[in-house]
Design a protein around this ligand. Structure first.
Ligand SMILES: Cc1cc2nc3c(=O)[nH]c(=O)nc-3n(C[C@H](O)[C@H](O)[C@H](O)COP(=O)(O)OP(=O)(O)OC[C@H]3O[C@@H](n4cnc5c(N)ncnc54)[C@H](O)[C@@H]3O)c2cc1C
Length: 437
């Protein structure tokens, strides 16, 4: 695995949760036909392909790297039952749809918990719920309002005090999301890949789709060495959607990172009041997340998002961003300064204007993408619902909740490098201000 050392932290171009597979599926080097071609072997793609095969379709899956290469194996493991975005902003943007969207997000977490159990994948899942936590009085007031908005729209949440909930002192309180939990994404992605390779799906790895064309009757997908002629196609390409001409416009990739520490004695966490097992996400403009893992380590991440260059691909976290994440960890947990960060990795996530989206982008070409960093629960669900629709079912109400011909997009300046830096700087100013008050 490509990796370099930065101030004692090993920065990896893949995931820290698991190793790369050694048993690659073949690359596509001929012309073949199928009922449904799925592009992308991430959570959406593997879930769709497995479900379509279960429903009797002849399915081909084309993956640019290997199944699980993307966010599927790199994420922080929060199986969250919420939408991305601040509740007040979500209500402002999507007032009439909020109840349906919340239903979709909560059903996603329930579905994915059951789906993992049904597939028999051991990925250290713990149904801990999660908490959106405040590090300042201002954030706490905002979260209290947010809890009311979510509760009024039917979400299973409560507003909690930090200490009563078992959070360390740095967190004053916040919104407890009762559903969902935490898992090891490397184990989940590897288990899914094994299930896929053992299924009837014809899987081709190291087969990046360069072109998708639909003449209304047939969809033709081209990879460097071959072609697939399919009745229908599912684009499950997440951040890579930007580079497929046929994919809906408006999906913007950003890079995000996580850092994992050395193992720490649980008694030391209890000594600082950290007794909850739930994952903690802060209410900053660009969130910070902190969780305990089954391997006894701490994992923390995000705090900065990086704009996408012209070409996406494998890269390591930058030294400056890792140093900033570690600084943030020390600020939140001054008494854990002795805990050494050990490794860091990151990945591309696709962003729209906070909504997960699925739709039909051209005749017989479907897509499901962009859960805005919340796809661990939502991607398997939306992938499965899409497969059921392709298999002939009436569209499920939760699929209808996210169905869009084109994803709603944030203005492109919102995710430009200067805007993302400005958001980070505003968060740091508000941190400094809250320390003084
Ligand atoms: C560091 C990090 C932390 C995260 N933490 C969380 C978290 O804690 N909780 C959460 O809910 N979400 C989290 N996410 C987001 C989550 O991982 C994604 O929402 C989820 O993986 C999306 O699933 P997907 O199937 O759409 O995409 P992916 O899992 O990224 O899969 C897309 C696949 O498509 C392939 N592909 C792309 N283009 C092509 C092409 N042209 N041809 C063939 N194949 C192609 C890619 O190689 C990739 O394997 C995190 C993401 C990152 C990077």
């Amino acid at each position: 695995m490509r990796a370099t050392e930065s101030d004692g932290v090993t920065c990896s171009a893949f995931s820290g949760w698991c190793d790369r597979p050694t048993n690659f599926a073949p690359a596509l080097e001929e012309e073949i036909q199928c009922d449904v071609a799925v592009v992308g072997g991430g959570l959406v793609g593997m879930a769709s392909a497995l479900r379509l095969a279960e429903r009797g379709a002849d399915v081909v899956l084309l993956e640019a790297g290997y199944c699980g290469w993307g966010g599927a194996s790199r994420n922080a493991g929060y199986l969250s039952n919420e939408l991305a975005g601040d509740p007040q902003m979500l209500r402002f943007l999507y007032r009439r749809r909020l109840r349906n969207l919340i239903h979709y997000a909560e059903a996603s977490a329930q579905f994915t918990e059951e789906w993992i159990a049904r597939l028999g994948i051991d990925c250290d899942y713990e149904p801990t719920g999660g908490v959106n936590a405040a590090v300042s009085a201002g954030q706490l007031r905002r979260l209290e309002k947010g809890a009311r908005i979510l509760g009024d729209a039917g979400a299973d949440v409560e507003f909690v005090d930090g200490r009563d909930f078992g959070m360390p002192d740095t967190f004053l309180g916040g919104i407890h999301l009762r559903g969902g939990g935490l898992l090891n994404p490397g184990k989940l992605a590897s288990g899914l890949r094994d299930a896929l390779l053992a299924s009837g799906v014809r899987v081709f790895e190291r087969s990046a789709v360069q072109k998708v064309e639909s003449d209304g009757a047939t969809v033709v997908l081209s990879v460097p060495g071959g072609r697939v002629r399919a009745e229908r196609a599912v684009l499950a390409t997440n951040a890579g959607s930007r580079d497929l001409a046929i994919a809906p416009r408006g999906i913007q990739p950003v890079w995000t990172n996580v850092v994992e520490t050395e193992p720490i004695d649980p008694d030391r966490l209890e000594a600082i009041g950290w007794t909850t097992r739930a994952g903690i996400v802060t209410a900053h403009t660009i969130l910070e997340n902190y969780r305990r893992t089954e391997r006894g380590t701490l994992l923390f991440g995000t705090r900065q998002l990086e704009a996408a260059p012209r070409a996406l691909g494998a890269r390591e976290p930058s030294r400056e961003v890792v140093a900033d994440l570690v600084r943030g960890f020390h600020e939140r947990f001054p008494s854990l300064r002795y805990v050494a960060p050990q490794r860091a990795w990151g990945g591309w996530v696709a962003v729209t204007s906070f909504l997960p989206v699925a739709g039909e982008v051209a005749k017989n070409v479907f897509y499901a993408v962009s859960c805005n960093g919340h796809g661990l629960a939502q991607s398997p669900y939306v992938g499965t619902l899409l497969a059921d629709r392709l298999a002939g079912d009436e569209p499920h109400e939760d699929l209808r909740a996210v169905w869009r011909p084109r994803p709603p997009r944030l203005p492109s300046f919102a995710l430009s490098a200067p805007s993302l830096k400005a958001a980070w700087a505003l968060d740091r100013i508000s941190d400094r201000f809250s320390r003084r008050h």
